[in-house]
Design a protein around this ligand. Structure first.
Ligand SMILES: [Zn+2]
Length: 286
């Protein structure tokens, strides 16, 4: 059976962007016959908070989305990430990097453009450092895939240098966690927003380096944008599911809002459990 996942980070409340993602995840799961794993991506211990974690679970249930498995959390067990790091290290692909934001900025000022390409601007790979950041040598070049929603895609695996797998504070990065999890959890359909299109080549390559010859299928859907055309962020308070609930909107209405916002052309309710409608209240009629 195909397995996909719904994988928010507990660094804020669910907002309309997540709802749009849930519509696409459960919709594609229903049409492709896939099961949905609920994965809470709490790899960042500084920004992840228990109250957001609890709210993600509760809001998702309120919306009528029922995962087949989970929730599972990245913070539960560091062993899979450690094992991946050791495998990459044994293959000579891990290097310590002392570059900071300042190093990248200085390079950009000096060269009139951001650092791009393999390695890092400080040439740390040749210096045999222990850290503080650990980067993976991806090998450069491009990866291609046929996106279920975008069509044929291709991109540079290291557009901003070789990416980090552990940050300077010792935390696993999103890149490492998502690739390791999708591999070990048997996720073979990744449905997410187009803000992650540019990260896909690095993820495909890193998965290859960890033994995954066949990448998952990818489906990148449109993004919900705010009035200024920006992607919604955690601070987009007025679009959080919490706020919309508090304002009296039903789950059906919130799902419809997200579907309209991304111009979803399918039935946004496919895969959703029917949600009990609030009792008819005359005060709401005009
Ligand atoms: Zn460096």
């Amino acid at each position: 059976m195909i397995r996909t996942r719904f994988a928010p980070a507990p660094t804020g409340y669910l907002h309309l962007g997540h709802v749009a993602n849930a519509i696409a995840v459960w919709g594609l799961a229903a049409t492709e016959g896939a099961s949905v794993l609920f994965r809470i991506e709490d790899h960042d211990p500084v920004r992840s908070r228990p109250e957001y974690d609890a709210a993600l679970v509760e809001d998702l249930a309120w919306l009528g989305y029922v995962p087949d498995e989970g929730p599972v959390r990245q913070g539960e067990d560091p062993a899979p990430y450690e094992a991946a790091l050791e495998r990459l290290r044994a293959d000579g692909r891990i290097f310590g990097c002392a570059c900071s934001r300042t190093t990248f900025d200085a390079w950009e000022r000096e060269h009139g453009g951001a650092w791009s390409g393999p390695g890092c601007p400080g040439g740390c790979r040749q210096l045999d450092l222990d850290g503080p950041t650990l980067r993976v040598t991806l090998g450069g070049g491009t990866e291609r895939w046929m996106d279920l929603l975008v069509g044929p895609c291709a991109g540079d695996v290291a557009p901003a240098g070789d990416p980090s797998v552990r940050d300077r504070d010792g935390n696993w990065t999103y890149l490492l966690c998502v690739v390791v999890d999708d591999l070990r959890q048997g996720v073979d359909l990744v449905v997410r927003g187009r803000d992650l299109l540019a990260s896909t080549p690095a993820q495909i390559r890193l998965a290859r380096l960890l033994g995954r010859d066949e990448p998952p299928a990818f489906a990148h859907h449109r993004l919900v944008r705010d009035r200024e055309g920006r992607k919604l962020s955690k601070s987009s308070g007025d679009t959080s599911v919490r706020e919309l609930r508090a304002a009296g909107h039903s789950a059906d209405e919130v799902v419809a809002m997200a579907a309209v916002a991304i111009g979803y052309d399918g039935d946004p309710n496919i895969g959703r459990r029917p949600v009990e409608r609030p009792a008819f209240d005359e005060t709401h009629t005009r």
